[in-house]
Design a protein around this ligand. Sequence first.
Ligand code: 5GP
Ligand code: ZN
Length: 123
Amino acid sequence: MDNCIFCKIAAKQIPSKSVYEDDDLIAFHDINPASPVHFLIVPKQHIATLSDCDEKHAALLGRMMVLAPRLAEQLGCGYQGDGTGNGSGGFKTQFNTGPDGGQEVYHLHLHVMGGPRPWRGQR
Ligand code: 5GP
Ligand code: ZN
């Protein structure tokens, strides 16, 4: 897509602080982090929003979700715990969709936010 900032980042026409790359996905640090660790997992293919996804995108979306905890761990904000309320670390995963969802960049991306609190504007 012409004039799509995340297509340009995926094509290396615009620099980013890379976290991960494979044939289908790229991950890079958010330029305006909302938390100590804030990166975006982005498909290389241009898909505008989560609402443009259907069954044929299920595997890609699944890979994005599975990658999130792996990269969070590598960046020091993985969840360490026993699967109950005990433990430490952890992160938030978020897709913003459309105006009411607060989406600013219309190329699908998964926010992964973690690190010690407080975060910007949040406890
Ligand atoms: P949205 O509101 O669309 O879910 O989030 C878009 C995110 O992309 C924002 O958190 C914003 O800071 C980030 N962002 C926008 N432009 C750039 C850029 O050129 N480089 C990087 N690394 N992040 C960007
Ligand atoms: Zn794009």
